[in-house]
Write a protein that binds this ligand. Structure first.
Ligand SMILES: [Zn+2]
Length: 284
């Protein structure tokens, strides 16, 4: 299954759970955790209160093949499976007790374009989750993911944040940047150290807090037939009401429904999969 590392301080406090490679090819969080584990083991970093559990490689089999997943997307099936019948459902069952035991969950991911900048998902912008978000060195967080899929019973969306939220845990997901960049390892490292120091788990100066803008996902477009984007949109590019974002080969156009942002455009989207999302800045 996966290997976990728990370090417990002599004094009670917050229990932090840190995950890496929930998607097997997203290794920034893995490398960052392995470095920090070594520093705790060598007592370069010392524990003050509570505990921290690291699972640097949640999806071992996918990690070994440098793949996102083996059978199904693990971050859609984080729930108890009575009869787990694939790699990811078995991992989900093994992971739940760790989330049950923690107070705060930090799930570290990365993204597939070399130009990608770090951002976070805050599926539920509760005060606790916003406090946790302020420790991630990112400029943008995305809210509203559960709501845009809520009316689609055929789509299961049980991600780590969802399970954490249902069980009254504090949780965010940080997309640290491009999978294979050093910057993404740096973002992962900084986020972990900020979280551990802020919640008093390690001896380290309290970090500077950030105030990322929160963009709410409003809707998404599924690519239903052949077509292309109007230009090479980047994630979080500004869009204006009426702007033609994409055109199908039969001439049908998709326009921006408001002034806002295009989120996670995928020029290589397959038919019947998500093409891009529309978002609005809730703080503007
Ligand atoms: Zn991921």
């Amino acid at each position: 299954m996966f290997k976990s590392y728990t370090f417990t301080a002599p004094v009670a406090g917050k229990n932090i759970l840190i995950l890496g490679a929930v998607h097997g090819n997203e290794t920034a969080g893995t490398i960052a955790q392995e470095n920090i584990i070594r520093q705790i083991q060598s007592e370069t970093i010392r524990l003050k209160s509570g505990s921290v559990t690291f699972i640097p490689i949640v999806n071992q089999a996918a990690f070994q093949q440098d793949k996102r997943f083996i059978d199904i997307n693990l971050n859609r099936v984080i729930q108890f499976h009575l009869h787990p019948n694939n790699n990811e459902e078995k991992i989900a069952n093994a992971l739940l007790p760790f989330i049950d035991k923690c107070d705060i969950l930090l799930d570290l991911h990365s993204t597939h374009c070399p130009d990608d900048v770090a951002f976070a998902f805050i599926d539920y912008p509760t005060p606790n989750n916003l406090e946790l978000l302020s420790l991630a060195p990112v400029k943008t967080a995305l809210a509203g993911w559960p709501q845009i899929y809520a009316n689609q019973p055929d789509i299961t969306n049980f991600c780590t944040e969802e399970y954490a939220y249902q069980n009254k845990k504090t949780a965010i997901t940080v997309e640290c940047g491009y999978h294979k960049s050093n910057d993404s390892i740096h973002v992962a490292t900084q986020t972990i150290l900020n979280v551990l120091s802020y919640y008093g788990v390690i001896y380290k100066a309290i970090p500077e807090q950030h105030n990322p803008r929160v963009i709410r996902l409003m809707s998404y477009i599924t690519k239903t037939k052949e077509g292309s984007l109007s230009r090479m949109y980047q994630h979080l590019d500004k869009i204006t009401l009426g702007e033609v974002i994409a055109t199908y080969t039969d001439g049908k156009q998709i326009s921006a429904p408001f002034d806002g942002y295009i989120i996670m455009p995928n020029p290589h989207a397959e038919i019947d999969s998500e093409w891009f999302y529309f978002g609005q800045d809730t703080t503007e």
